[in-house]
Ligand binder design. Sequence first.
Ligand code: SF4
Length: 473
Amino acid sequence: MAKRPRVLFIIHDLYQEDNHFPLGPAYLAAIMRRNGVDVEIYCQDVFHYSSDELARYLDRNEFDVIGVGFLAARFAETIDPLCKVINHHKKGAWLVLGGPGPSPIPDYMLKTTGADIVVMGEAEDTMMELISGKIANAGLSGIKGIAYMDGVEARINERRNPVKDLDLIPFPEWSLFPMEKYIRCLKPFRANEKDVVFGMVTSRGCVNRCNFCYRMEDGIRTRSVKNVVEEIEYLYKTYAVNYFVMYDELFVFSKKRIRDFKNALTERGLKIKFSCNARVDLFDEELAGLLKDCGCQFLNLGMESSDQTVLDAMKKRTTVEQNIKAAEITKKAEIGLGLNFIWGNIGDTEESLKNNVMLIKKYNTYDQLRTIRPVTPYPGCDLYYEAIKRNKLKDAEDFFRKFSNSDLLTVNFTDIPDDIYCSALFEANKYLITDHYENTTGDMAAASKMIKDFQDLYLGKNIKFRGARHYIK
Ligand code: SF4
């Protein structure tokens, strides 16, 4: 009998308790299992297994492929050391990296980590072809969507088109994961003790291309509303999930889709709560009402800036007026508001930072502690290439040398000197933290502690601080 391929996904530790369910590996696992592959999952994120424990686990087992997916932000701290352990203990397995972290800079990632392969872009079809190639001892040159080392050279193959019809992809393989852990990880706005909270995606991609945002694939693809609601019903019946965190980059991009979603929930008698991301340009009272009827508790609005020049420079394709209208309508509808601003993009000034703070203050629903982060030119986004063009970055290696924490300045795109840039940001966040505690618990000792955490971060005393909204063990 032919040997069944054996694949391991390692979900790396982020050293925090608010872990999001790893949907990428869960989708891949679903496809692999349907195609006769044995899949195992090693969740360092929720169990915080040490490197030694992982090494012993790898020593006891044999795999054909070991997969690790990640974002760029925590690469140096988490992925680089993890790859060293895997490389020492993987025996004959291929170490395959994927996700938004390695996809735009596969050659750097291959050379830095010693991984065998990087999958660029969405991996459903690519991973199946890779596994077949490994079992058949075939070469890698014909597999679309991968990069690999050929001697000392990185070979980057042609990209692969992503799956067009998302309904063809099976539901994530939840049964392989410690669901009892994941359904207890998140505590979103207006979730009470009884709510069971879990994440899902109803679409992939975005209609836009903001200069600070890297998208693995162009455009947006959606699952049918029927397919989405079937998943909601399954999660509700199987794991009692009633509060859904919609991870879609852009959940609200069509009023018709939200109307269809509402009708589909009503037809099945599903009463849910959810949070999601939205662009501001669609907003009117009708949309807010539909969202509320569907159970929307919290809306992340990508407002980004109070300054039209900056919005235009970042290619947000929205206006300050649309930002304000969306915030007013959402607040009036009593939906929680995530007012997302970043600062330090091309055209930003000390004045625009102050105006960002004032907009947050004006429309804050105080559901979350809001602070402002400096814009970071993560590899792959337009701003990364702009930084290279302006001689502010050399390459990916230079990025990871300069980047240490997403609350810290990596590249200054403004005309403001670095020291003034950093002190202005600290003062802005100090104000927002104080304002938050004054308008919520009144616990000013907690406010002082948070301000001290930010100060220690900015002064380089504790770069492991992960910002205002993470909970750490
Ligand atoms: S920031 Fe939001 S709107 Fe802009 S490209 Fe990224 S996901 Fe789309």
